[in-house]
Structure formats: structure tokens, C-alpha cells
Design a binder for this molecule. Structure first.
Ligand SMILES: Cc1cc2nc3c(=O)[nH]c(=O)nc-3n(C[C@H](O)[C@H](O)[C@H](O)COP(=O)(O)OP(=O)(O)OC[C@H]3O[C@@H](n4cnc5c(N)ncnc54)[C@H](O)[C@@H]3O)c2cc1C
Length: 419
């Protein structure tokens, strides 16, 4: 136990990751007699639910990413360190950042997840992602560049290839992005490129299983399918991806799609840091934790959110799960600091939702099912409320209104060349 900045000797809690889970831990420990060190490889917290709107040129990065130091301003017992954690030594109670070892009394691993390509090397190397801010910006640049290239070619086959967009994975992220892309093209780029023959445009939503939005009720899945198809998006079910080649996407069933754009939204696995703990790993490399969220055999270490899996109790990979677990880990650490035992976590299901472009969303909250415009209003309201800063909320609302009424997205800038 090291003396803190105020000279008092209190336990040090190291929190790895300033995502939804990590921030909830820090907030939960605000009034607990501990010193908190929050470490992240980025100096911002990212609001992932609206990442697809950055990729589809509707929002600016600053509207969904907020500096961690600004978030921590009113949390006097917490400080932030920018750095990539390369290892965790549970036995020695230290985390490793480059050449530095940082000791802890309590640890919370909240490092999230990364894309899972299921060992598909070509997929990892040649597909575009929608997982972090850099990837979303690279995707935006790439999409806009395809239109510039298509407008400059006189070869119809090449134009078709440039304007074919394959979204792999028909979960909420794939569907939200495909919907936003179809509107970017139909409502905005069609006016920017009046001479470009847009009949060559094709958006494909490619799904390995026999249904879209597998976590939703069948009625909502059907409603979502109808809405997606009405937007001109072609859904391919039972179509697992095999690999991505030079200008082609190959499916397991032998079909070959000529395209320069494959966007992978079909699976995630735990952040690689999970593998450095030496603790048991579950599905997709997640750290197996006790019902109390403690790492097995290490009562002073917790793992939460996308990077963790409670033994025998599969939870969806969602922000509310990470937030509730973050609060609970903080609660349990406070109990331990006061000499009490950690208590088991229970998830309160807040529901799931996905939007399908403007005016439509599917929402499932317990037995309640809403779709269409009413669902969209719920989606708008919930997402606005969840955005971390008041300023971002205002700017997002303004951008949404601008896009909704004027059919315009001012952020369609090609800011750098794609990979
Ligand atoms: C495009 C997209 C859309 C989504 N939409 C929704 C949605 O609409 N609703 C919903 O509930 N959920 C959504 N999710 C899922 C949601 O984002 C995750 O479930 C949630 O972020 C998990 O929180 P977390 O705290 O576990 O991890 P994260 O929020 O991912 O935070 C992990 C943090 O750890 C940091 N980190 C990782 N490794 C290291 C390291 N080695 N060193 C230092 N820092 C590190 C990362 O930089 C990151 O800041 C979406 C996810 C994506 C990608």
C-alpha cells in the first residue's frame, strides 16, 4: 500500500481500459478510500454504438470520443496514464507498460475485445473493420475513395467492383452500418456524383447463419429483414466467408463476389492482454471469472466486460454488461477494503436495439417488442442519453437533425489514404 498524493496510505487500484467497464469502475470508486490509476492505450473514451456513423460520414470522431482526462476532472482519487499495457503479473501484483512495472493492490482488467477473424489471414489483412476510431476513419476514407475512383473509370466492370460493398456479419453492427451506407449513397453521394451511374451500386449483407440479428425475437428479425431489403440491401444467409483476395470476396459455397470493400463485423474475441494473465481462458480467449467477477485464484484481481466470462453464465457483449460489471467490481473492491467478502454479480437486462437507417429500429426490452418509427425514437433517445458529454450530445443532435432534414453529411472528407 503506497502513500497517495495526499500523503495518506490507501490501497492502489489499477484499472486497465477506459471503455465502458473501466470508467464505471473509476466512478464507482469515487468515494472509496483508494487511489485509482486508469491506464489506456488511447487518451479518449470511445462511444462505440455510434462508430458506424463516423464510418458513414455522419459524425466527427470528437463527437463520439471524449478525452479521459476531461472525464476524470471531478474524480480526485483517480489519475490517468496513457500507455499500452503489455502484460499482467498476477502473482507479483504488477502490470507492465513498456519497460515500467506498475504495482497494484487491486486490479480490474477491462481491456475489451478485438475483431475475431477465426484464423482467416486474408480476412484480417484485407478486410476493413468497424471496431475502433482509426478503423472507422479508414473505412470512411475508403468508401469515399471508391466513389472517386468509380467516377473516374470508363470500365463498367471495374465500376461495378468499386461500387460493391460487402458487409460480413448481420448482427446489430453490420446492419446499422449497411443501413447508414445505403443512405449515405442514396441520399448524399447520389447528389455529389450526378454523372455516376448508381445502378452499379450493390450493398451485400453476408451472414454465415440462417438468420439476421440472432439475439432478437423472430418477429423483429423478420421486420428488420423487410426494412433492410426495402433499402436495396441484398441479404445472403447461410453464406460463410472463405477468404478475401485481390478485388474478390470468396464464400465457402464457392460464390465469388468482385469487390474492393469487405467490412468485417462478424465476431470478436477478448483483447490479447487476457492471454498474459496466465489465468484460465474461456470462449474466444475471455478470462474466466468467478460470479463475484474475481479472477479464479486471485481475489484481488477482477476482469469485466468484453474481456471476461463468468463461469457458466454467458452474457452478451454489450455496453450495459460492462457498465454494470464495472460498478459491481468497484462495489466489491470497496467491500474488500473494509474487510468484507466480495458478492456475486447479477445482470439486469436493459434490452437490446438496432437501427436500420432513418426512421426504423428494432427494440426488445423484456417482453416488449417495438419496431419501425417508434423503435427509432426509442433508439435516438437512449443513445443521446448515453453519450458521455453534454457538448457531444448537442453536436450529435445537431448533426442528426442536419442529416435528417437536409439529406446532407458535411463530414465526407477523405482525410488520408486507406491501408
Ligand atoms: C461498432 C460497435 C458497435 C457497438 N454497438 C453497441 C451498442 O449499440 N450497444 C451496446 O450495448 N454495445 C455495443 N457495442 C459493444 C460495446 O462496445 C462493448 O460491449 C463494450 O465497449 C465493452 O466494454 P469494455 O469496457 O469491456 O471494453 P471497451 O469499451 O472496448 O474498452 C476497452 C478499453 O481497453 C483499452 N485497451 C485494450 N487493450 C489495451 C492495452 N493492452 N493497453 C491499454 N489499453 C488497452 C482500449 O483502448 C479500450 O479503451 C458495440 C461495439 C462495436 C465495436
Amino acid at each position: 500500500v503506497a502513500p497517495n498524493a495526499r500523503g495518506a496510505t490507501v490501497p492502489r487500484v489499477v484499472v486497465l481500459g477506459a471503455g465502458f467497464g473501466g470508467l464505471a469502475v473509476v466512478r464507482g470508486l469515487r468515494r472509496v478510500p483508494v487511489d485509482v490509476l486508469l491506464i489506456d492505450q488511447h487518451n479518449y473514451h470511445l462511444f462505440t454504438p455510434l462508430l458506424y456513423e463516423v464510418a458513414s460520414a455522419l459524425l466527427n470522431p470528437s463527437e463520439i470520443a471524449h478525452p479521459v482526462r476531461a472525464i476524470l476532472r471531478r474524480t480526485p482519487n483517480a489519475e490517468f496514464r496513457l500507455g499500452q499495457v503489455t502484460g499482467v503479473d498476477l502473482a507479483g501484483k504488477a502490470v507492465v507498460v513498456g519497460a515500467t512495472r506498475i504495482p497494484f493492490d487491486y486490479l480490474v482488467l477491462a481491456a475489451g475485445s478485438v475483431n475475431n477473424y477465426f484464423d482467416g489471414v486474408s480476412l484480417a489483412e484485407r478486410s476493413l473493420a468497424l471496431k475502433d476510431l482509426e478503423a472507422a476513419l479508414a473505412l470512411r476514407n475508403h468508401l469515399l475513395l471508391q466513389f472517386e475512383r468509380a467516377s473516374a473509370t470508363s470500365d463498367p466492370e471495374e465500376r461495378k467492383r468499386l461500387l460493391t460493398f460487402a458487409v460480413a456479419g448481420a448482427g446489430p453492427t453490420g446492419i446499422e452500418f449497411a443501413g447508414a451506407l445505403s443512405e449515405l449513397i442514396g441520399l448524399v453521394l447520389s447528389r455529389d456524383f450526378p454523372r455516376l451511374d448508381l445502378s452499379s451500386v450493390e450493398i451485400l449483407l453476408i451472414e454465415a447463419s440462417d438468420r439476421i440479428l440472432s439475439a432478437f425475437a423472430p418477429g423483429l428479425q423478420r421486420a428488420a429483414m423487410r426494412r433492410i431489403e426495402r433499402k436495396g440491401i441484398r441479404i445472403l444467409l447461410n453464406a460463410p466467408v472463405r477468404d478475401v483476395g485481390d478485388g474478390v470476396l470468396r464464400l465457402q459455397d464457392g460464390r465469388v463476389i468482385a469487390t474492393e470493400t469487405v467490412i468485417w463485423t462478424a465476431g470478436v474475441r477478448a483483447a490479447p492482454l487476457a492471454g498474459t494473465l496466465g489465468a484460465p481462458l474461456g470462449r474466444a480467449g475471455r478470462v474466466v471469472v468467478e460470479p463475484t467477477l474475481q479472477v479464479r485464484g486471485h481475489p484481488d484481481a477482477y476482469a469485466i466486460g468484453d474481456v471476461a466470462e463468468i463461469d457458466g453464465y454467458a452474457l452478451p457483449l454489450l455496453a450495459p454488461v460492462a457498465i454494470q460489471q464495472g460498478r459491481w467490481a468497484a462495489h466489491n473492491i470497496a467491500r474488500q477494503v473494509h474487510g468484507a467478502a466480495a458478492m456475486p454479480f447479477r445482470y439486469r437486462d436493459k434490452g437490446i436495439m438496432a437501427t436500420i437507417g432513418r426512421n426504423a429500429a428494432v427494440v426488445q426490452i423484456g417482453p416488449i417488442r417495438v419496431e419501425g418509427f417508434a423503435g427509432w425514437m426509442i433508439w435516438l433517445f437512449v443513445h443521446l442519453l448515453m453519450i458521455v458529454s453534454f457538448r457531444s450530445r448537442l453536436v450529435v443532435l445537431l448533426n442528426w437533425a442536419w442529416d435528417y432534414f437536409l439529406y446532407d453529411r458535411p463530414i465526407r472528407l477523405i482525410s488520408r489514404q486507406p491501408r
